[in-house]
Design a protein around this ligand. Structure first.
Ligand SMILES: Nc1ncnc2c1ncn2[C@@H]1O[C@H](COP(=O)(O)OP(=O)(O)OP(=O)(O)O)[C@@H](O)[C@H]1O
Ligand SMILES: [Mg+2]
Length: 311
């Protein structure tokens, strides 16, 4: 159901391909994004995220396939598109000798319609740095300025290409807050990332990309549940309790031990925990540090590709 979105599709990508020599940078990618959605492309270096996004922005030409934003064809009408979208480039240069205010004013002059500079500076929380040269900004401030520049024309659709790569955790959080505030303004957002926590935290739906292809699309919960229906109930290994007894507990599929911890893989966490507690109480034992572990997007990526997603 969440593979395609029927109501109010803002971004439509159909079987898009782009090669550089022998490299199939984007190799038959299709997805749709609905109005107001935060959609993520999650994948490792070289997956084809930037190539996909820059074709949508009208900055690169596809070899084949359709790219439509707000009903505008990105390939044939890039100029019409520019007034309606906001873009932060992965490799943006920010005019090192201009101040924050000057760069924003410069970008505002590119558009027929733009938001007031002060409003942008306040929204991006750059007030204290308005007179600073852009080269004096911290990584997080520079990234916020890049987003401010993407917002000058008050766009309906915002593209954020790896907005938090290289930022420290505090700056990353502040960027996340910013994306949340854009979501509240009902902007449609397409972001790329190779941080699974970021995709999990921010995206309504996401596509896992690798080697130019989309491997899975859905909400983070759907992607996880599709592959990992079981949860692990974990506790410190109980002395004198046999595996056979644990396997016999209701809903338990399998039992594993590692580093003094026992994991019961179960399709029904409450039932298994209830029975485990009944068993241990009858023995006068207590399962120490009892917890439940759910699979993560990282596990999904590993299962799909056999590789770990980089950091
Ligand atoms: N202009 C280009 N010329 C030649 N090869 C390119 C070009 N742009 C991208 N590629 C190749 O296409 C593939 C996809 O690159 P792309 O930049 O889209 O990946 P990405 O997912 O954005 O990676 P990253 O996470 O590192 O930003 C890579 O193998 C890359 O080397
Ligand atoms: Mg990229």
């Amino acid at each position: 159901m969440s593979q395609t979105v029927s109501s109010d599709v803002v971004i439509r990508v159909r079987d898009v391909r782009k090669s550089y020599g022998d490299v199939h940078a984007v190799d038959g990618v299709s997805f749709e994004v609905a109005r107001g959605e935060v959609f993520g492309l999650l994948g490792p270096n070289g997956a084809g995220k930037t190539t996909t996004v820059e074709m949508l922005e009208g900055l690169r030409k596809p070899d084949s396939g359709q790219l439509e934003i707000l009903g505008i064809d990105a390939d044939s009408q890039p100029d019409a598109l520019k007034q309606r979208i906001g873009v932060t480039l992965q490799t943006a240069e920010l005019y090192p000798k201009l101040t924050v205010t000057e760069v924003i004013d410069l970008f505002r002059s590119f558009y027929t319609r733009s938001l007031p500079t002060d409003q942008l500076i306040d929204f991006l929380d750059l007030g204290e740095r308005r007179k600073a040269l852009t080269r004096e900004l911290s990584g997080g401030q520079r990234q916020r300025l890049a987003v401010a520049l993407a917002l000058v024309n008050d766009p309906e659709v915002v593209f954020l290409d790896e907005p938090t790569t290289g930022l420290d955790p505090a700056a990353r959080r502040s960027l996340w807050d910013l994306v949340e505030r854009l979501r509240e303004q009902a902007k449609t957002i397409l972001l790329t990332t190779h941080y699974m926590e970021e995709a999990d935290h921010l995206c309504d739906r996401l596509a896992i990309m690798d080697h130019g292809r989309i491997l899975e699309i859905g909400t983070a919960a759907e992607l996880i549940d599709r592959r990992f229906s079981e949860r692990a109930v974990r506790f410190d290994t109980l002395p004198g309790v046999e595996d056979a007894e644990l396997t016999a507990l209701p809903a338990v599929k399998s039992v594993k031990h590692d580093d003094g911890r026992t994991s019961l893989y179960t399709g029904d966490v409450p039932t298994t925990i209830g029975a485990l507690l009944a068993l241990t109480e009858a023995r006068g034992l207590e399962p120490g540090d009892l917890g439940v572990r759910k699979a993560t997007l990282e596990d999904v990526f590993l299962d799909l590709t056999g590789r770990a997603l980089r950091d």
